[in-house]
Design a protein around this ligand. Structure first.
Ligand SMILES: Cc1ncc(C[n+]2csc(CCOP(=O)(O)OP(=O)(O)O)c2C)c(N)n1
Ligand SMILES: CC(=O)[C@@H](O)[C@H](O)COP(=O)(O)O
Ligand SMILES: [Mg+2]
Length: 642
């Protein structure tokens, strides 16, 4: 649905239009931009609070910089809605995250203003530094390179790797630290406390205001002046501003904290900082959800609230007439508490996704045994490994696509040492509106090649509970459980635990002509497909593999002995996936069957509703029906011909 923009914003299609306005107009433009985001997101969905929090910063950046010549890199990119609206996509913004529409994150292929594709956090400093060094090498000394990174994203090792390198390059990088004291959930860790201490230190702030102005002014007098200013500043700040030492110790010139909602002053400051060469950090204080009272108050809920009434703030929920199955993540969260009550060795770990993974249920019930470690997937895995060396049983819950960050840790710190870490990979498979960066497409492929790992996937809630129960038993070794975003299929999911035999799948139904092999939740698509096919007179067999590794060899021997046609279905990448594992088994054991593999093809899949994407990739109920029909019809034609 198209939404009408305010009188000033409606005339701004690109930053060049923005620059036609006076500094005094920036306040109204910011108000209109904020309202436009509220109007569209309320009826369209998407990330909300983060973009509201950087409205003034976004306007100031595009006003002060010469984008796209100057390079502006957004970290994560969930806060870049204002940027999209000001850079040629206002009239497309109602298609944000919709199938076939614009992406919810900056994307190089979408706009020349999107300098770097994002979605995963903490890449902005390294990327901006790369651009800055490239400019230096090309002799483009007048180009600005700006990374906008949140306090949450700043907790990741990658951000510090970027700072560490930038501090010695002397290239033109401005890091804007957008500090709203929030990740998706409240931000955590010592860095957060350090930033808070800078922000609230009265003596520091008074002193900072005085010297920042003097030094910024002086350094504009030229390169020599800059050298002396830097020296003076370093010695003053080094001795008197103890709290600013973290960034300054890394050779950054630290400015701030400044009010991230004072758009005119921000624009002026960014212009001033553009005149200062070398690595700089501007510490900006903002409020997540700024300008929408409910979002300011409950920032986690309004990170990505879904559709809502923009006047009353009521979040729209569908009201089904019968009990709905729970989300897999909630089954994980409640089961963690149940298991941990019975087994005092169990601990829970999440890298910055307490609400998204539902580990927050355990964090509330057992605060000492559940850890949010910040956006730090690599650390989460190695920290879990450390806990496991001491006999604890860590359940380390990481979204499948974020686990890509911690691959070496899984191999080097966990698998080689055969440690009892349970990896719960949420959002496995096509994740939906977040698109290519967030689909959990590769975990089957990248996990099943690692020795010592058990890799499993539940078809429903009961199976998830049983796999979790099985994984926490003594000396089981590293254990992966992958499950998708969204709801399961069992409204009455809380059933007694049953230990499962490692590597044992199950037969859902016998059949004739063709066998369908599934892994995980997509098994339910096959169940529905079989019901429909039965009414048409087709009777495929259906097996749920349950384990990717080890594969159930007895089950596969049965399948390949009985059926000459096999269809594999998975919510994961076809290259390297379960279908590929089944083909390997077939070849290794000299079977000969026609195998059709359904799953995510060898390309990146954009955003959309999950059912739209399953259909696009060809592994939803209809695609399975189609595949079975094709096989059955071919068999009939072949036998008539023969
Ligand atoms: C590697 C990685 N881990 C986790 C996430 C999920 N995630 C997206 S936004 C976000 C919070 C980021 O906080 P911050 O950078 O402070 O931005 P804010 O939302 O506060 O503006 C998290 C944890 C992610 N995108 N990438
Ligand atoms: C931007 C980001 O990475 C997260 O906000 C992500 O969109 C969360 O995904 P879920 O909605 O599946 O928790
Ligand atoms: Mg933040």
């Amino acid at each position: 649905m198209q939404v009408k923009a305010g009188p000033l914003l409606s005339k701004i299609n690109y930053p060049a239009d923005l620059k036609q306005y006076s500094e005094a107009d920036l306040v109204q433009i910011s108000q209109e931009l904020r309202q436009y985001i509220i109007d569209v997101v309320s009826v369209n969905g998407g990330h909300f609070g983060a973009s509201l929090g950087v409205v003034e910063l976004t306007v100031a950046l595009h006003y002060a910089l010469n984008t796209p010549y100057d390079k502006l890199v957004w970290d994560v990119g969930h806060q870049a809605y204002g940027h999209k609206i000001l850079t040629g996509r206002r009239d497309l913004f109602h298609t944000n995250r919709v199938y076939g529409g614009i992406s919810g994150f900056p994307k190089i292929s979408e706009s020349e203003y999107d300098t770097f594709g994002v979605g995963h956090s903490s890449t902005s400093i390294s990327a901006a530094l790369g651009m800055a060094v490239a400019s230096q090498l090309k002799g483009e000394t007048n180009r600005q390179h700006v990374a906008v990174i949140g306090d949450g994203a700043m907790t990741a090792g990658l951000a510090f790797e970027g700072l560490n390198h930038a501090g010695i390059e002397n290239s033109n990088v401005l890091v804007i630290l957008n500090d709203n004291c929030m990740s998706i959930d409240p931000n955590v860790g010592a860095l957060k406390e350090y930033l808070t201490s800078i922000t609230i230190s009265k003596s520091y702030n008074r002193f900072r205001d005085d010297i920042s102005h003097v030094l910024t002014g002086l350094s504009k007098l030229g390169p020599n002046a800059h050298k002396y200013v830097k020296k003076i500043e370093k010695s003053i700040k080094g001795t008197l501003l103890k709290q600013s030492n973290l960034f300054e110790a890394l050779n950054f010139r630290y400015f701030g904290p400044v009010d991230g909602h004072d758009v005119t002053r921000l624009a002026q400051t960014i212009k001033d900082l553009s005149a200062i060469p070398g690595p700089k950090l501007l510490h900006c204080i903002t409020v997540k959800g700024k300008g929408f009272a409910l979002a300011e108050k409950d920032q986690t809920k309004w990170h990505a609230p879904g559709l809502f009434d923009k006047i009353t703030g009521e979040i729209k929920k569908s009201t089904p007439d019968k009990p709905q199955p729970p989300k897999y993540q909630d089954v994980f969260g409640h089961t963690m508490v149940e298991l941990a009550e019975a087994n005092d060795k169990i601990v829970g770990i999440t890298p910055a996704m307490p609400s998204g993974s539902s580990l927050n249920i355990m964090m509330k019930a057992m605060p000492k045994r559940a850890f949010d470690v910040g956006i730090a997937e690599q650390h989460a895995v190695t920290f879990s490994a450390g806990l496991a060396t001491q006999g604890l049983v860590p359940f380390c819950n990481i979204y499948s696509s974020f686990m890509q960050r911690a691959y070496d840790q899984v191999i080097h710190d966990v698998a080689i040492q055969k440690l009892n870490v349970v990896f719960c990979l949420d959002r496995a498979g096509l994740a939906g509106a977040d698109g290519a960066t967030h689909h959990g497409a590769y975990d089957i492929a990248y996990m099943r090649c690692i020795p010592n790992l058990i890799v499993s996937s539940p078809m429903n809630e009961e199976e998830l509970r049983n796999l979790m129960f099985t994984a926490q038993q003594e000396n089981i070794g590293p254990f992966v459980i992958r499950y998708p975003r969204g709801n399961g299929v069992m409204p009455d999911w809380k059933r007694p635990f049953k230990a499962l035999k490692i590597g044992e799948g199950r037969k859902i139904c016998d059949g004739e002509d063709v066998a369908i092999l599934t892994i995980g939740h997509v098994g339910n698509f096959a169940v529905e497909a079989c019901t429909e096919l039965n009414s048409e007179g087709f009777h495929p067999a259906h097996y749920d593999l349950r384990f990717v590794k080890p594969l159930d060899e007895a089950l596969l021997n049965e399948v390949f002995s009985k059926y000459k046609n096999v269809i594999t279905v998975e919510d994961g990448s076809l290259p390297g996936g379960v279908g590929a594992a089944v083909l390997e088994f077939m070849a290794d054991n000299n079977y000969n069957a026609q195998v059709v593999r359904l799953g995510i093809p060898d390309k990146f899949i954009d955003h959309g509703e999950q059912p739209e994407l399953w259909a696009e990739c060809g592994y939803d109920k209809n695609a399975i029906i189609e595949a079975v029909r094709k096989v059955a019809i071919k068999r009939t034609t072949d036998s008539m011909a023969g």
